[in-house]
Ligand binder design. Structure first.
Ligand code: ASP
Length: 430
């Protein structure tokens, strides 16, 4: 990598954010003129291109990532017990995460009192939950994809994945094609993310120009609340879960550090997986079969941090748009955020892409996501750390329940320490 490229994407996005704030303020000071209008017009085009590029990825990303995740549930006989327990625990922790997020979001009410530029999208009446549930299965899956009906796309993907894992050799061939397609799609997301600094600059300039500094104050509340919720879930929920299985939570959290650091710096559960597996097996004594099944599955489907973000972001955007959410809409958010976090690919910013489906389901303006982009890169680092910690916490509990946990290794503070020095250097982020 050349010197000029050394600045990481998150630094570039952060610079884009700061420059956008400054440019927005400057343009607001300049008052109304043809020149200011031309600049704002150009920035609006950049914003649309970037936001549309993100939206473009929603259907392919969710469909393919979920098919791969479900199809990886091979050999049901051997893995049935591990699979059942881990999926149940993954779902429970995610449900706790999203409920806690909605509870505190309502308590603090971030974004209230500010009218968002996307408010005009809030007019449509909410779809009743009964209608959402009744329409879970698409009569025409192509139409579901074309119209972006994510619930139907998710159900179709799960059924396809299950059929693939049950269809023997033919299923494996199709699954391997989808795995390749998944890699290509993830590459495309990465390419789009390279445009993020410019996109964030355009969005922040427009936001500050339109809303003034109040937007930053509200973003600050959103940011701080998000970090508190993420760290709270990581330290309290996971500790309780591990303690209930008779394991020392402090040991788990301390030994998790290399994986946490890696998750934090790469913002990708997938890139962190090799480190997570090493930590789980060598430092925590989780058995091979549990670790090799639970952890990749968790990296694909278990994203509590992402669910927390989606709950809080939805309430934040509703407040910004001046929309009052009803009880049935909260239930929809819980259901959709759980499904969206399952369908989120384990790569940077993927949670923001799938947030659009939660917003769409409760008729909120997806454009408002632009407001969050500036701080999301930083929050992504924290939520990925939570996602990875959740995978390991659940895996240790499942291993303990199935007698697949080596207690001597788990309880020994020095067990497996050597791997951190040997292998940590050789693993590169994707
Ligand atoms: N970056 C997250 C992860 O890899 C996903 C997300 O964007 O929420 O776990």
């Amino acid at each position: 990598m050349s010197d000029s490229n050394k600045l990481s994407l998150s630094s570039k996005i952060f610079i884009g954010l700061l420059c956008g704030i400054f440019a927005g303020w400057l343009l607001a000071q300049m008052g109304e003129s043809a020149f200011v209008d031309t600049i704002l017009g150009a920035l609006a085009v950049i914003k649309s291109l970037f936001v549309n590029a993100l939206k473009m990825m929603v259907v392919p990303l969710v469909l393919v990532s979920l098919i791969c995740g479900t199809a990886s549930l091979s050999d049901p006989k051997q893995l049935g017990s591990i699979g059942g327990k881990s999926l149940l625990l993954y779902l429970c922790t995610t449900a706790i995460a999203i409920s806690m997020s909605l509870f505190f979001a309502n308590l603090v009410n971030p974004g209230a009192g500010v009218v968002s530029s996307g408010a005009e999208f809030s007019g449509a009446s909410p779809q009743p939950l009964s209608q959402v549930l009744g329409g879970l299965v698409a009569a025409n899956p192509i139409q579901a994809m074309a119209s972006g009906n994510m619930l139907q796309v998710i159900v179709f993907a799960i059924l396809m994945g299950l059929a693939m894992s049950a269809a023997g050799e033919s299923g494996q061939r199709v699954a391997s094609f989808f795995n390749d397609l998944n890699n290509v799609i993830l590459k495309l997301v990465t390419l789009i993310m390279n445009l993020a600094p410019m996109g964030v600059f355009a969005i922040m300039t427009l936001v500050i120009h339109d809303l003034g500094l109040q937007a930053i104050t509200n973003l600050a509340t959103y940011f701080v609340l998000m970090v508190v919720l993420l760290l709270g879930h990581m330290s309290i929920t996971y500790s309780l879960l591990v303690a209930m299985a008779g394991l020392n939570p402090k040991t788990l959290l301390l030994k998790m550090r290399p994986a946490m650091l890696f998750a934090f710096s790469t913002s990708s559960s997938a890139a962190t997986l090799p480190v997570t597996m090493e930590v789980a097996r060598k430092r925590l004594g989780i058995g091979r079969s549990t670790a090799s099944f639970c952890l990749p599955l968790g990296a694909t489907v278990n994203m509590d941090g992402t669910a927390i973000m989606q709950g809080l972001a939805t309430v934040f955007i509703a407040n910004m748009a001046g929309v009052d959410l009803h009880f049935s809409q909260y239930l929809t958010i819980i259901l959709m955020s759980t499904l969206a976090s399952i369908g989120t690919a384990a790569v940077p910013a993927a949670g923001l892409v799938t947030l659009t489906m939660v917003l769409t389901q409760v008729n909120l303006p997806t454009e408002a996501i632009g407001m969050l982009l500036g701080v999301d890169r930083l929050l992504d680092m924290v939520r990925t750390t939570v996602n990875v910690t959740g995978d390991v916490a659940v895996s240790s509990v499942v291993a303990k329940m199935n007698g697949d946990l080596d207690r001597t290794i788990y309880d020994d503070p020095n067990a497996g320490l050597d791997f951190e020095n040997d292998k940590f250097q050789s693993i590169k982020p994707v």
